[in-house]
Write a protein that binds this ligand. Structure first.
Ligand SMILES: Nc1ncnc2c1ncn2[C@@H]1O[C@H](COP(=O)(O)OP(=O)(O)O)[C@@H](O)[C@H]1O
Ligand SMILES: [Mg+2]
Length: 288
């Protein structure tokens, strides 16, 4: 990727953070793809730009629910013009927040680790569910299913709401849960009208200098969520997806043990994944 004349302070699985000053950072989305918390060797061309556009769309659409991490600056305000031009579609200027130390996962349907949890325990994240539910079935109500924030290389771990309260405090836990459910519910309703079921998603929050809970990171992208095409949705089967699940399914059948390094992903799987990301962006954001 192109050079950026700011100090890099963090390199995550997908995004890199650069310091602008004591209050602001530049967040740049790469084309890296992580699956099962491992970064694949093959980049997905254009993915960082698509993810950033999807995220920006949601930040704006959901801004009435709570504050977000945007400062209002563009990349042109903080970088020399040629640098800004090269990354403008994949970068945003954000407030430097103090991260809330849990991942706020919200589930509307039974899939992935939620489905596994249910099969084993009849519950998801300690929340008891009716008997006889099927894979991919819509949950009787939206569930807040927090997890720990793992360091690079580790897996996030599902935790109970009580554990979440112990980590971040009762009051903050209640606020995070309420906001996460509200964000998901509103977004899922909109996405459904565009032909996308949002099965589940993960939000990240931070606290600003006044201690105000603020939405940060990325929002409702195919990377942080399971998107399903509504017209192919069928209870009882794992629906095909727009997104990473496609790569995940390929990796699952490859027999990989889910420890780095991941096997090389074939180029047709890469291309289909690019197409899926683009399709999601277009479905969500195109004027009707
Ligand atoms: N406004 C913000 N303030 C502080 N940290 C943030 C902000 N927005 C995002 N982050 C953090 O930046 C990182 C984004 O990079 P990412 O590739 O998602 O990393 P990770 O591998 O940790 O998920 C995440 O660790 C996320 O928590
Ligand atoms: Mg992340």
């Amino acid at each position: 990727m192109s050079e950026i004349s700011l100090k890099k302070v963090y390199s995550g699985k997908v995004r890199d953070l650069y310091e602008i000053d004591s209050r602001r950072m530049l967040m740049v989305a790469s084309d890296r793809l992580s699956a099962f918390d491992v970064i694949l060797d093959n980049p997905i061309p254009g993915k960082g730009e698509i993810l950033t556009q999807i995220s920006n769309f949601w930040f704006k659409k959901l801004a009435h629910i709570m504050p977000n991490h945007f400062t209002g600056d563009t990349v042109y305000n903080v970088l020399p013009e040629h640098e800004a031009k090269a990354i403008e579609k994949r970068a945003v200027v954000v407030k430097k927040l103090t991260p809330v130390k849990v991942e706020a996962i919200v589930r509307g349907y039974l899939a992935g680790s939620g489905w596994k949890d249910y099969q084993k325990n009849g519950s998801v994240c300690g929340i008891k569910l009716p008997e006889g539910m099927k894979e991919a079935q819509q949950l009787p109500e939206v569930i807040f299913a927090p997890s720990t924030k793992a360091a690079v290389g580790d897996h996030d771990e599902n935790i109970s709401f009580e554990e979440c309260e112990r980590i971040i405090g009762k009051e903050l836990a209640a606020e995070v849960r309420a906001k996460a459910i509200q964000l998901y519910t509103e977004a899922a309703e909109y996405a459904k009208s565009r032909g996308i079921i949002i099965c589940d998603t993960k939000f990240e929050f931070g606290l600003d200098e006044n201690g105000t809970l603020t939405l940060m990171d990325e929002v409702l992208t195919p990377d942080s969520s399971r998107f399903w095409p509504a017209d192919q949705y069928q209870v009882g089967t794992n629906p095909p997806s727009f997104d990473k699940q496609f790569v995940r399914d390929w990796l699952e059948q490859s027999g990989w043990n889910k420890k780095a390094p991941a096997p090389e992903v074939p180029s047709d799987v890469i291309q289909k994944t690019v197409d899926k990301y683009l399709e999601a962006l277009n479905l969500l954001t195109e004027e009707s």
